[in-house]
Write a protein that binds this ligand. Structure first.
Ligand code: GUN
Ligand code: ZN
Length: 429
C-alpha cells in the first residue's frame, strides 16, 4: 500500500500554549503536508519536502484549508441527542423534565442504536473524531454506542451511567448491579479495537454512598480504566450534596471517600469549587472538563480556566451534548473564549485549539493516539475551510497573519467550516 499525502496549511502543537507565549507552542506550515501510511501519521512537514520524499504517494490537495488533529470532545451524553436545546430549566429540573424521560427510551436497543448512529454522524460532520460519552443505565445503550463507534473505526470512551436514587425507577440500578454491569461491559469493551471504558457514576446526588463505594472498588480493580462524573456544576446541586452527604468535607470528598478521585478521573463542569477541592484535584493530577455552552445554557456559572491552569490542572473541552447547546467544538471554543472574557482572561486561538484537540486528548490519557498530528498517532484529521460563510470570509480577508485568519472561524464557524474528516486516514464526509 502506498502512502497518502494531504496538502494544506498545517497546525501542530510543540508544547503547551498555557505555558509561556501561546504562539511559541505551535508550529504552522503554510504550504504543508501530512504523510499517512496504514492509518497512522508518518511525518508532517513542508509540502515540497514531503512530496520529494514520497514520490509515489497518493496526493490529496486541500489548498489553503487548515489541517489539524480531529476534535476531541471530552464530555458528552449521546443519549441526549434528541433533547438538545430544550427550553428554560436549570440542572435538576432539566434532568427530571427532559433528560431522564429520554434516557428511559434508550432501554429499547433499536432506539439506542439509532441515536448512537445519529450522534456519531453528527459528531463527525462537526469535525469531532473522538468523544467521551455517558450512556444510560441500560447496558444495551453502552453496547449500541461502542458498536456504532467501532463500525466507524472511531476511538471513543464510554460507560454505563450508574444511579441508584433520585431518578426514575426505570433508570435506577443498585450498588451491586452497577458494579456487575459496569464490570461486564468494561471487560468486553476496554481496549477492544479503539474503544476505552470509563466507570461512570452520574453524580453524587443520584448515587448512594454504597454505590459510589462499589464503583470505587471496581476502579481499584481496573485502574487502567477512566472514571467520569460531574462535579460542582450548580450552586443548588452543591447545596443538595451537602445535605445528602453531611459527613463529607465538600462535593469532591464524596468521590474521594469512595475511591473515586484519581489521576484517570474526569470531572465535568467543576465550577463552584472550594480551595480545598482545587488543592486535591491538583495534587492528584485529575482532569477537569470545561463545558462552556452547557454552563451558559443551563445557567451554571463561569469555569475559572486561568485560575485552574495556574494550578497545573489538566483541562479538557467539551460540548456536554445535550446540556450544551451545540454539537460543534468550534461553537464550544467560541463559548470558552467568551467565558474567558467574562473572567478577565481571554483565551488565545492557540489555547482554544489546543483544548479542543490535544488538551482533551491528554485529559482522556489518549494523546498518544488522538488529538495530535505527531508521528505514530492515528490519522484522525479535521480539514477546516477558513472562509466557510460570507460573514467569516469578509473578516478573514482582512486578516493580519495566521492567528487573525483562524480566529473568525473559531468564533463564527460551525459544521459548514468542516470540509473533510479523516478517520485513520480514510475520508468519511
Ligand atoms: N449532572 C448530572 N447529570 C447531568 C447531565 O446529564 N448533564 C449535565 N449537564 N449535568 C449533569
Ligand atoms: Zn454531563
Amino acid at each position: 500500500m502506498t502512502e497518502t499525502v494531504l496538502l494544506g496549511q498545517i497546525l501542530r502543537f510543540t508544547g503547551d500554549p498555557f505555558k509561556g507565549d501561546p504562539v511559541d507552542a505551535t508550529r504552522i506550515e503554510s504550504a504543508g503536508a501530512v504523510v499517512i501510511d496504514h492509518g497512522k501519521i508518518v511525518q508532517t512537514g513542508p509540502a515540497a519536502d514531503m512530496q520529494a520524499q514520497y514520490p509515489n504517494a497518493t496526493v490529496i490537495n486541500h489548498g489553503d484549508d487548515l489541517l489539524l488533529a480531529g476534535f476531541v470532545d471530552a464530555h458528552v451524553h449521546y443519549p441526549q441527542t434528541r433533547i438538545i436545546a430544550s427550553w428554560g430549566k436549570r440542572l435538576i429540573d432539566w434532568l427530571n423534565s427532559y433528560t431522564f424521560p429520554e434516557e428511559i427510551r434508550l432501554a429499547d436497543p433499536a432506539y439506542a442504536r439509532a441515536i448512537a448512529s445519529d450522534y456519531l454522524d453528527l459528531a463527525l460532520a462537526h469535525g469531532t473524531t473522538t468523544v467521551c460519552s455517558f450512556c444510560t443505565s441500560a447496558p444495551t445503550s453502552v453496547t449500541a454506542f461502542f458498536e456504532a463507534a467501532a463500525s466507524r473505526n472511531m476511538a471513543v470512551v464510554a460507560g454505563k451511567t450508574c444511579m441508584d436514587r433520585n431518578a426514575p425507577d426505570a433508570l435506577t440500578d443498585t450498588p451491586q448491579r452497577a458494579y456487575d454491569e459496569s464490570k461486564t461491559l468494561l471487560d468486553r469493551w476496554h481496549g477492544a479495537g479503539r474503544a476505552r471504558y470509563a466507570i461512570t457514576p452520574r453524580f453524587s446526588p443520584t448515587s448512594s454512598r454504597e454505590q459510589l463505594e462499589a464503583l470505587g472498588a471496581l476502579w481499584a480493580e481496573r485502574p487502567e480504566c477512566l472514571m467520569q462524573t460531574h462535579l460542582s456544576e450548580q450552586v443548588d446541586e452543591v447545596a443538595w450534596v451537602r445535605t445528602l452527604f453531611p459527613q463529607a468535607h465538600d462535593y469532591l470528598d464524596t468521590y474521594e471517600h469512595a475511591g473515586l478521585l484519581g489521576q484517570r478521573g474526569l470531572y465535568g463542569h467543576a465550577i463552584h469549587l472550594a480551595p480545598r477541592e482545587i488543592d486535591r484535584l491538583s495534587e492528584v493530577g485529575a482532569a477537569l472538563v470545561h463545558c462552556p455552552t452547557s454552563n451558559t445554557f443551563i445557567g451554571s456559572g463561569l469555569f475559572e480556566m486561568a485560575k485552574l491552569k495556574a494550578r497545573h490542572i489538566s483541562v479538557g473541552l467539551a460540548t456536554d451534548t445535550g446540556g450544551g447547546s451545540s454539537f460543534s467544538m468550534l461553537r464550544t471554543m467560541a463559548a470558552a473564549y467568551e467565558i474567558g472574557q467574562l473572567c478577565g482572561t481571554p483565551l488565545h486561538a492557540a489555547q482554544l485549539l489546543y483544548l479542543a484537540t490535544e488538551g482533551s486528548a491528554r485529559a482522556l490519557h489518549m494523546h498518544h493516539d488522538v488529538g495530535t498530528l505527531a508521528e505514530g498517532s492515528a490519522a484522525d484529521i479535521c480539514v477546516l475551510d477558513l472562509r466557510s460563510t460570507p460573514a467569516i470570509s469578509q473578516r478573514a480577508h482582512r486578516a493580519q497573519g495566521f492567528w487573525d485568519a483562524v480566529f473568525p472561524t473559531l468564533m463564527m464557524g460551525d459544521d459548514r467550516a468542516v470540509r473533510q474528516v479523516y478517520i485513520a486516514g480514510r475520508a468519511v464526509l
